[in-house]
Design a protein around this ligand. Structure first.
Ligand code: GDP
Ligand code: ZN
Length: 363
């Protein structure tokens, strides 16, 4: 029973009783639980407890056995994996555990498939630089993406040392982020970093535009230089740096953070999160006379009434409609369906593991 105890070396990385229970058939098959720290073309770095010494170590593994033609189902930073350490020439990732949460955006360009930015996270930290005028529409988009993941969003307004009216901007952002904690922090002065740490226990993922201060924030949370921050700045005030892989970084005092590369495009993939990001509009819609009200010109529409009364700002409604239109064409591929597919795949794997199969037999 020792592998299930709270003192498991990976417990600081999110390993818990329920994961251990899920993993039991794989452990019986001789596989080792591991958390994927970074993925890079058929290979990945995984964190695991050495079965001999019990010590935490990073191992390079072949992740091709769990590769998938649909990138959403392939391995991702934050995934829990079953590793066959005896495989040669490299240890292999034999299976991925079902994800509790996942940040999935629409892949860039005209493609309709998704891209997973981080898996099994508890909190999504949305980094927004105070050095630029806040783009409320973009923050709303990030919030929809974050809610959609199943994790809890927190908006982190960075570079608070560069502005005088951080509190004012924070109040504006709070208005468009119902139910979400909005913090102003400065990695430069340390302001708000402790509060941020307290708001993000467990596994968090940092998302935001390039130059928003994500790497600097990761370093501040880690208390040491774990990410390279490029000091050169463009005329638009954005920094540039070259991180393209997603890294999982353990924090002192527990918890970990996954830094994602700067996101230029954040196409939504799925639509459930939109309702949570715009919860006050969804609540108003419940009071419309017709259940299927389109809030266009229907009589008894509570949303239109709120717009007219000035309770609901037009900008907010337009932003909601825009994101709704964007998500509509991809709506048939909902997150719920993805999870179901994954669960199905998982059942097949565990079933085969219970049989007399060798751990290296995949699927
Ligand atoms: P990323 O692209 O989101 O990872 O952003 P970086 O962490 O690379 O930061 C972009 C730029 O903003 C760099 O020049 C940082 O030095 C600067 N920066 C980040 N955090 C702060 C802060 O709290 N205060 C100030 N003044 N500058 C910051
Ligand atoms: Zn209506």
């Amino acid at each position: 029973m020792n592998s299930v105890s709270a003192a498991h070396p990976l417990s600081g990385h999110g390993w818990d009783q329920s994961r251990a229970a899920e993993f039991a058939p794989l452990a019986e098959a001789g596989l080792t639980p591991a958390r994927i720290a970074r993925v890079d073309r058929g290979r990945c770095d995984v964190l695991l407890a050495d079965p001999e010494t019990g010590e935490l170590r990073t191992v390079r593994a072949d992740s091709r056995p769990v590769g998938s033609s649909d990138p959403v189902h392939g391995p991702c930073t934050g995934d829990w994996a079953a590793v066959d350490l005896a495989a040669a020439p490299l240890p292999t990732v034999s299976a991925l555990l079902p994800r509790s949460t996942a940040i999935v955006r629409k892949a860039s360009g005209g493609r309709s498939d998704g891209q997973v930015l981080a898996a099994n996270i508890d909190t999504v930290l949305i980094a927004v630089s105070l050095a630029l005028d806040p783009d409320l529409g973009r923050i709303e988009r990030f919030l929809a993406l974050a809610w959609e993941s199943g994790a809890e969003p927190v908006v982190v307004l960075t570079k608070a040392d560069l502005v005088d009216d951080a509190d004012h901007i924070r109040a504006d952002v709070e208005h468009i982020a119902p139910g979400v904690t909005v913090l102003a922090v400065s990695a430069e002065t340390g302001e708000g970093i402790d509060v941020l740490r307290a708001c993000a226990p467990g596994s968090s993922a940092l998302i935001g535009q390039s130059g928003a201060g994500k790497s600097t924030l990761t370093n501040a949370l880690a208390g040491r230089e774990v990410m390279t921050v490029q000091q050169t700045r463009d005329s638009d005030g954005k920094g540039r740096h070259t991180t393209t892989t997603r890294e999982l970084i353990a924090l002192p005092g527990g918890g970990l953070v996954i830094d994602t590369p700067g996101l230029r495009e954040v196409g939504l993939y799925g639509g459930e999160g939109l309702g949570q990001a715009f919860s006050e509009i969804e609540e108003l819609a419940e009071q419309c006379r017709f259940d299927d009200c389109g809030h266009q010109s229907e009589p008894g529409c509570a949303v239109l009434a709120a717009l007219e009364d000035g309770i609901l700002p037009y900008r907010r409604m337009e932003s909601y409609r825009k994101l709704q239109r964007e998500g509509a064409w991809i709506a048939s591929r909902t997150d719920a369906r993805l999870r179901k597919e994954q669960l199905q795949k998982w059942k097949t794997i565990t079933k085969s593991m219970r049989g007399p199969n060798s751990p290296t037999r995949h699927r």
